[in-house]
Structures are given as C-alpha cells and as structure tokens.
Design a protein around this ligand. Sequence first.
Ligand SMILES: [Zn+2]
Length: 470
Amino acid sequence: MPELPEVETVKNILLPVVKGRKIIKIDVLRSSIIEGDINEFVSNLQGETFNDITRIGKYMIFHLTNNKVMLSHLRMEGKYYEFIENEENSKYARVVFHFDNGHKLCYDDSRTFGILKLLSEENYMQDEMIAKLGPEPFVINDVSSLMKKTKKLRKPIKSTLLDQTLMTGLGNIYVDEVLFACKIHPLTPACLISKKEWEAIVENAKAILNNAIQAGGSTIKSYHPGKDIDGNFQTRLKVYGKAGEMCAACKSREYRFIKVGGRGTTFCPNCQKKKGAPITVAITGKIASGKSTATETFALKGYDTLSSDKVVSELYERKDVAHKIEQLLGIEFHQDKVDKAILRNHLLTHPKDKRKLERFVHPLVAKEIINFLDDSKSKIQVVEVPLLFESKLDSLFDVIIVIDISEEKQSELIAARDKDKALYLKEINKTNQIDKNKNKASYLISNNSNKNIFIKEINKVITELEGLAD
Ligand SMILES: [Zn+2]
C-alpha cells in the first residue's frame, strides 16, 4: 500500500505529465471510483486544464482552471499510467483522461478501493477527509501539542500514530520504522511517551519520510510513459517485513511480529522495551465461548485478573445503582439491590431498554476496570470483557484476545446452563458484535475442540506475552 513518500513521488512524476494539459474527454469505466455525482464530475473536468498538483497526507489534489479540484486517494492498489492515444488502456483502467496532446492518463485500480472526488478550491480543505488530518511531521517544531492531546490516552503509540488525526504521514510501514529508530515499544501507551521521545518520533519521522521521498526521486529519473506510476520503492526498510530475522541494531534478538489494533507490527524486543507499564490484556468472545476458562488460566499463572461480569454483579448489589435502574426502566426490584430475574424478564419483553441500561452501566464498569489497571502491580493484567467492542473499551488494552466458537458448540454449552437463563443468553447473543470485530484481535483462539487443547493454546499466548513484558 502506498504511503506518504510514495504518494509524494507519484505526484512528482504526474506533475509534468498533466500540468498545462487540457482534458478533452473523460471515460468513466467504473463509476464506484468517483465519489459524488458522476455527470457533475465529468462536466466540471472536461474542457478544463490541470494547473498543478499538491498533496496533503496521502491525498493528491489536482487543481483545475475553473477553480475546481480533483481529490485522488490511491488506497490499496491505485496507480496512474500514461499512454499515447492509439495504445491500449492499462488492464484495470477505471477512469481515463484524454488530453489535448494526443496522450491519455489511465487511473488504474485492480481492487477499486481508491477514490476520485470533485471539490472546489474554496472548500476542499473543509472536506471531512482532509479536515480531520493532523499536521505532517515536517511542520511540527514543538511537540507540546502532541503531548497535551495524548496526556490521558492509553492507546498504544503504534495505533495512536496510525490514526492520522494527531499527526498525518505515517502508515503501517513507516510507523514501525520510526518506532524502531526511536527504540519505543509499539504497545507503549501514548500517555507514557516522554517529551524527549515525542521529539525523537517527530525527528525520525521527518528523516525517514524524507529519505523515502529521496529514494522516490530515482524512480522519477527512470520513469517513462506507459510505466505505472505507483511509486513502490519501499526498499530501505530496517524492520518492517523482517520478522524472524536477526535485529540489525543489537544483533542479539530476532524481530518479533505482533498485532496491535489489528495491524501487523514488527519490532525488536531487545531494542524496544516496553517501559514501566504492564501489558494490559482484554479477553472477549461470545457467550459460553470459554472466556472464563481463558481468564482463569492467566490467574493460575499468578497474573491479576478481573471479570466484568463480576463487576456488574457487584454494582447490582449497590442500592444507588438498583434505584437508578428502577427509575430508568420503570420497574421495581422490591429490595435494595437489582433482582437479576426481574431485570432479565423486563429486557426480554422490552429489548429497546437494553441500550438504556448499557448507557448507564458501561461507564460504571469502565471506571472499575481503569481502577483495576491503575492499582494492579501485575506484569500482565487481564480483564474479561464480554461486550468489549460494544462498550468501546478496546482502546484501554494493548492486547485483545478473542475467543471464537462455532454456533453448534456454543448452543451445546448454553444448553448446559439453567433453562431460564439460557433463553435470555440466546437472545442477547443475537446482538453480539464479535464477528464484526474479529479483525481487531491480537489473538483469535478457537474453542471448538476440548478444554485441554484450549488451555494449551491460552498458555502459548501467555508465554508469548511474557516475552513481550520482559
Ligand atoms: Zn535489537
């Protein structure tokens, strides 16, 4: 996937190809590439001339003579090819621009994830895609605003840098390169990054991106029409894609591969030590998938664990909580604590009240989880959170373990529980968001065979995490 330096190179190659060229005709071969009205797109570009191309993050902005701009994002596979008119289009040509000099430019995209969008000079900076981007490292001279914005952010630094709102320009490849250069563990919570480290991140980001842009310069020299303009030259990488190879810096450990926020991440466990903070682990999965067994396996190894279900049970014992729920749902528990059977029956007949209840309970649970993570001195801290994604608590954790289970095995395990509860469990299982979020898992462990195999799998993960916490 092209990152900022590649997009900069594509822009630099494209500029002499399109600058001063009048667009005679546009063929839209795949309409999904164009965001917005296609007729408007075509009629606003045809007859106009390209004045310039600029770049913001990974967006190229083609400026036109009529004060309109065309935004282009290549996403996964977007490329540009230049041909003379009598040549065939490239294989995955999606939009073709015919110029007044007998040349044509194909926007080629095999996976069709890229976009072209018509906007105007006055408003393109306010377009939601552009407006949310943070500054590029090249313009950051003072890191205090980065520190301020991440003061309370427990999200791993890797995910924080990938989310382009704080700082734009580092994608999956160059984040790994920058963190390696700064000797920062990718799982370090953003709030623990010191001023010195932020300065190192910005300086290394500038240097690494500039190096890559310069490497792209040689692509420009070798460019000739008919060749694709995708700027793929990610050759000088030190850590990305090198998992299992010996670290070139310390020559004592192999690079490791882990998933952070669902993204593949490579780092050296020796050069990039996770400082001070423990590794926080969330265990989630559908009902009866084996979350408790997994959590107990961590507890047996001596690590601190917390069950969100237990937290909820304790909350339900509280008088203030019970009264608040009575008020919220218009029910009565007949005592100073929540009667779970009454609550379950109410939710079965009033499914919409489930959201109401969650909006009240989830923040209370989140508070207890944060207290647990703050108080525990354990090197690995484990919290079992059935509704991890629904409650948006996933950002609190370095590592997310999702326990997967087949429908068949799950019904078998639910049926083994008491009848009245089983009916309720089946009902809430329908709204579970695990399947949608499986890609966020650091570890996806299936529990479809027997308990011994399952525990063995969990122990394998524990050993790996112990390696990270070293
Ligand atoms: Zn190393």
